[in-house]
Design a protein around this ligand. Structure first.
Ligand code: PSU
Ligand code: MN
Length: 318
C-alpha cells in the first residue's frame, strides 16, 4: 500500500497483523445511527471485549478526518458515539467522505470494503440491510446486498431485520449468488426473533465449517462474501408474534412522516426502541455480542486452517 493511502491501523490491529493473529472487523453505523447514546458506546466497547474473549482482535472501522481507520481507541469510539454530524457511509459515499476529509460511520457495505482493503476476512454486525417492504414501488434495496456479491468477507449477522421484506431479501441474495448460511437451525432468523417462517438456503453448525467454506471460495477464486445468519440467543429473543405488530406500527409511522432513503433504517430502529420501551435495543445488543463471539471463532478457524493447509502443501512439496 502506498504511504499516502488513506488507511490507518490502530496499534492493537497493527500488532495483530504482524503476529498473524485472527482479526474481526466491526461496523460503526450501528454506533452512530443504530443505537442511542450512551448505550451505543458502551455496547461498542463490550463487543470488542467479546471478540478478545473469544480469541481474536477487534477492528472497529470508521472514517475519521478523511482516513479509513481500522481499529479505534476508546476515546475515538466515544467521540464517534457522541457525534451528531457523522455521515452514514455506504459504497457510494466512501470516496467523497475521504476526499473531503470528513468523518463518517461505515455501514455493512462500506465496512466490507474497508475490511477487504485491510486483509480482514470476518466481520460481525447486527443485521444487514436488505429489500425494504414496498421495494416494488420505492426501489429501496440496500447496497449491502450487492456488496456481499462482490467483496470477499464473511459477514456474521442475526439475519436481516424483520422491518424488511425477508422473502424478497433472500431472493435477491440468491440471484446475486451470495451463500446465506443459517447457524444451527434450518430457518432463516429474523434479527429480534429466531424464527422468520422462511427456510434458509444453507445450514452449517459451527465455526470450523463456515471457515472451511470461506477458504474454499478463496481457492475457487469466487468474489463475494458469505452471509452467516446466527439466531439471537434464546433468552434474549422477542418472539415473532410480539415484534411483528410493533413493526407494522413503526412502518406506518414512517410512511405517514414520509421517511425515505438513508433515514428509513435509523428511523425504524428508534421507533421500535420507543414502542417496546427499550426491549428491542436489549435484544439488539445481545445478538451483536453473540455474533462477535461467533465471528471471532470463525476468524480463528480461518487462521488455523490456512496454516494447516500451507503446512500440508509444504509437506507434499518436500
Ligand atoms: N443493523 C443494526 N443496526 C444498524 C444497521 C444494521 O442492527 O444500524 C445499519 C447497518 O450499518 C446496515 C445499514 O448496513 O443499517 C443498512 O442501511 P440501509 O438500509 O440504508 O442500506
Ligand atoms: Mn435504502
Amino acid at each position: 500500500m502506498p504511504a499516502d493511502f488513506p488507511l490507518i491501523f490502530s496499534d492493537e490491529v497493527q500488532r495483530a497483523r504482524a503476529d498473524a493473529r485472527p482479526l474481526v472487523a466491526l461496523e460503526s453505523t450501528i454506533i452512530t445511527h443504530g443505537m442511542p447514546f450512551p448505550q451505543n458506546v458502551e455496547t461498542a466497547r463490550r463487543v470488542e471485549q467479546r471478540v478478545r474473549a473469544a480469541g481474536a482482535v477487534p477492528a472497529t472501522i470508521a472514517v475519521m478526518a478523511g482516513r479509513i481507520r481500522i481499529g479505534l481507541s476508546d476515546a475515538e469510539l466515544e467521540a464517534l458515539g457522541r457525534a451528531r454530524e457523522a455521515m452514514k457511509l455506504s459504497r457510494a459515499d466512501l470516496a467523497v467522505c475521504l476526499a473531503n476529509g470528513r468523518t463518517g460511520a461505515t455501514t455493512v457495505a462500506a465496512t466490507m470494503i474497508a475490511a477487504a482493503l485491510a486483509g480482514i476476512d470476518v466481520f460481525a454486525t447486527g443485521g444487514i440491510g436488505g429489500v425494504h417492504r414496498g421495494a416494488e414501488s420505492s426501489f429501496d434495496i440496500s447496497a449491502d446486498l450487492h456488496e456481499l456479491a462482490q467483496t470477499r468477507v464473511t459477514v456474521v449477522s442475526a439475519g436481516a431485520k424483520a422491518i424488511l421484506d425477508l422473502p424478497k431479501t433472500l431472493e435477491v441474495l440468491e440471484t446475486l449468488g451470495v451463500p446465506v448460511i443459517a447457524v444451527g437451525q434450518q430457518e432463516f432468523p429474523a434479527f429480534w426473533s429466531r424464527s422468520s417462517g422462511l427456510a434458509a438456503p444453507l445450514r452449517m453448525d459451527g465455526a470450523g465449517e463456515i471457515a472451511a467454506a470461506h477458504l474454499m471460495r478463496v481457492r475457487l477464486g469466487l468474489p463475494g462474501g458469505q452471509l452467516v445468519a446466527n439466531p439471537i440467543p434464546r433468552e434474549a429473543e422477542i418472539p415473532r408474534e410480539v415484534i411483528v405488530p410493533v413493526i407494522e406500527q413503526a412502518l406506518a409511522d414512517a410512511a405517514r412522516q414520509g421517511i425515505a432513503a438513508k433515514a428509513v433504517t435509523p428511523f425504524l430502529l428508534q421507533r421500535l426502541f420507543e414502542l417496546t420501551q427499550g426491549r428491542s435495543l436489549a435484544a439488539n445488543i445481545a445478538l451483536v455480542f453473540d455474533n462477535a463471539r461467533l465471528a471471532a471463532q470463525i476468524a480463528a478457524e480461518i487462521v488455523q486452517q490456512r496454516q494447516a493447509g500451507s503446512q500440508h502443501l509444504a509437506h507434499r512439496r518436500a
